[in-house]
Design a protein around this ligand. Structure first.
Ligand code: CUK
Ligand code: CUA
Length: 646
């Protein structure tokens, strides 16, 4: 401590600040004493504290778990910047409370049924040449198998696609290295049709698989017609990753029910978790998505189920596009090294991480050197022949992230769920280098671009499932805990705890902030969901009310500090559409809009046009107003909807 301050003091003396530095020292010492802070605490604070107006080096997109949303925060400050409405309504952004956002949410109605929640797991940033390009973000909903696309120009969800054959998904979303496809792996095997099939048909009719969603990288939309599903046995596929560099064109998905166990405590059978972990190994699925994409273009190679092309197991096998490799035991994370050569798999019930060598896998494939076939005829590659090494890490290894010295030191970090630790090790030699305790029960961990071809340094974030004693108590439901860990030195150092009051974080991805270029305003009259001029665009002086039959269209504008028009009179039973344009050009001059009783809300960022439609089903007087405190006369920014009995 003393020495640090002496150094500070001599530095301060050099710039003529001796007296103020001395004052600062005594004040700092006083605060440290009062608050019981150690020198390590002060260093951690200095490494994370971001003064007013300061910016973060990295931006993190974290799954919001059961909230169905995404959380955005900065590193190292750990300041939350935004929650993005994705699968669930989010009133602040008007997400699900105006016509245009309702339309996007409606695309995600699962088999036609309104679904208002989601279980987001794995966000992924679009890639160019295997590195993040900062353009698009994708995330899956495990509960109702869907993928959403978020535009990183305005951080708004632009598309939701429903998987027409899966009944749950987990191993998505993962971009291929040039964002050609988004991989989405099934979790719980189920019939691909939407019919009833008894459990006795599990092995024959229930199926798993990986959906390869064709992605229009330029426009940021999934092209459903060019997407396809690789059918797989109902082994309960789990996490996935796309190969890169030497393994480009391949995908890897693990699984945890090679037993084909179907449960049934009521039948006197062991419960699912016991039956599914009977075998010592499950299967890593290795598939050539690039070749399968070509095959899928020929109708002879596919069956169309619920409108999507499905490549049957036999077709994939016949064309040398699908293989299995045993992997121990109840595997979870599968993470391809930055050069694409190694595939690191963690088994939840095994103390090891297993490193597979893609070169060895390809040797076996080339020579058709197989240990046998599974009941579905898929060739099995001998585990030993595909393996590079195994590292003994501890209890409950789950996920991996690569560090900047991956090439020279095989730098990799793995989460240990049961041991509540992050382990640093070398995947080239399988030696353990360091470990740090986290609080508690870590799931994923997030490196800075830690799963791209260009992992960055300094930080790992531990995404912990349990917080227990870390924060002030707020009732039985605790927040989650994101812990920032400094990895710049030889020993890892815990820097900061961030409570996450949103939902289970699962995966988070971090990108250099310098790669993001979001807009500050929309071109005047834009509909953000089409990127084009909104049909309701209205400029100053063009405000009007138009009646077409029983549908009343209000072309309105908002600008500090009035809504125009200020009176709208309609008949009971009319359908009313407010088209609203925010005429502001100034940064951050957002207005909001709501009408008493009608359960609508819109967020109008500068330049945006939105539509809000409802049925005027009740006679009366309904004030509407701006919901953002936008100026000194914000409260005056209002009007009246008058609904009369005709
Ligand atoms: S999962 Cu949650 S801790 Cu959905 Cu990626 Cu591993
Ligand atoms: Cu506009 Cu308040």
């Amino acid at each position: 401590m003393r020495r640090t301050f002496k150094r500070l003091l001599s530095l301060a003396a050099a710039v003529g600040l001796v007296s103020s530095a001395a004052v600062a020292q005594s004040e700092l010492e006083k605060i440290m004493k009062e608050r019981g802070l150690t020198q390590d605490d002060i260093l951690a604070a200095a490494k994370t504290y971001t003064p007013s107006g300061g910016r973060d080096k990295y931006i993190v997109f974290s799954s919001g778990g059961q909230s169905g949303q995404i959380m955005v925060y900065g590193v190292p400050s750990m300041r939350i910047l935004k929650f993005i409405g994705v699968f669930t309504p989010e009133p602040w952004q008007g997400w699900g409370y105006d016509d245009d956002t309702k339309k996007v949410l409606k695309e995600g109605w699962y088999r036609g049924k309104p679904i208002t929640w989601g279980d987001t797991h794995h966000p992924a940033i679009s890639e160019t040449n295997g590195v993040y390009d900062g353009k698009w973000l994708a995330i899956n909903d495990k509960a109702n198998p869907r993928i959403a696309i978020i535009d990183l120009k305005d951080f708004v969800t632009k598309q939701i696609v429903v998987n027409p054959v899966f009944k749950s998904d987990h191993g998505g979303a993962f971009f291929t290295p040039n964002s050609e496809y988004i991989l989405e792996a099934c979790q719980y095997g189920a019939p691909f049709d939407n019919e009833y099939h008894p459990m006795e048909e599990y092995a024959d009719v229930y199926r798993g698989g990986v959906t390869c969603w064709k992605f229009d990288h330029e426009n940021g939309r999934v092209i459903k017609d060019e997407s396809f599903v690789i059918e797989m046995p109902p082994y309960m596929q789990d996490l996935s990753d796309a190969g890169k560099e030497m393994s480009y064109g391949w995908g890897f998905t693990n699984s945890f029910n090679s037993e084909l166990y179907t449960g049934g405590i009521e039948k006197g059978l062991p419960p699912f978790e016991a039956g599914m972990s009977r075998n010592d190994t499950d299967y890593l699925h290795v598939y050539n998505w690039r070749k399968l994409a070509e095959l899928a273009k020929d109708p002879k190679n596919v069956k169309v189920i619920n409108g999507i092309k499905v490549i049957p197991i036999e077709v994939a096998v016949k064309n040398d596009c699908l293989f299995l490799i045993p992997e121990p035991k109840s595997p979870h994370g599968v993470d391809v090294s930055p050069d694409g050569r190694y595939i690191v798999v963690c088994g939840k019930l095994d103390t090891h991480a297993t490193v597979y060598d893609f070169k060895k896998i390809m040797e076996a494939v080339k020579n058709h050197d197989f240990a046998g076939k599974d009941p579905y005829g898929i060739p099995i590659i001998d585990m030993k022949k595909a393996m590079h090494c195994q590292a003994e890490l501890g209890l409950g290894p789950l996920h991996n992230q690569y560090g900047p010295k991956w090439k020279t030191e095989g730098e990799i970090y793995t989460s240990l769920y049961v041991d509540s630790q992050v382990v640093k090790w070398d995947y080239l030699t399988c030696e353990v280098k360091d470990r740090v305790n986290v609080n508690y029960n870590i799931g994923h961990l997030c490196g800075m671009e830690g799963k791209t071809e260009d992992p960055q340094g300094e930080y790992i974030i531990a995404l912990n499932k349990l917080a227990i004693d870390r924060f002030n108590p707020i009732g039985p439901l605790h927040p989650q805990n994101h812990q920032l860990i400094d990895i710049s030195g030889k020993k890892m150092k815990l820097l900061y705890d961030m409570p996450v009051p949103l939902g289970e974080p699962h995966q988070a991805v971090a990108i250099r902030a310098s790669k993001l270029h979001p807009e500050v305003r929309y071109p005047m009259g834009t509909n953000p969901f089409t990127g084009k001029v909104h049909e309701g665009k209205t400029l100053a002086g063009q405000e009007k009310i138009v009646r077409k039959g029983n549908h009343v269209y209000v072309y309105g504008t908002l600008v500090r500090s009035h809504i125009n028009p200020e009176h709208v009179t309609v008949n009971k039973g009319d359908i009313v559409t407010f088209y609203l344009t925010n005429l502001e050009r100034a940064e951050d001059e957002t207005h909001g809009f709501t009408v008493d009783w009608y359960n609508v809300h819109a967020s109008l960022e500068p330049g945006k046009t939105v539509a809000v439609t409802f049925k005027a089903d009740r006679e009366g007087v309904f004030p509407y107003y701006c919901t953002e405190f936008c100026s000194a006369l914000h409260l005056e920014m209002m009007g009246y909807l008058l609904v009369k009995d005709p």
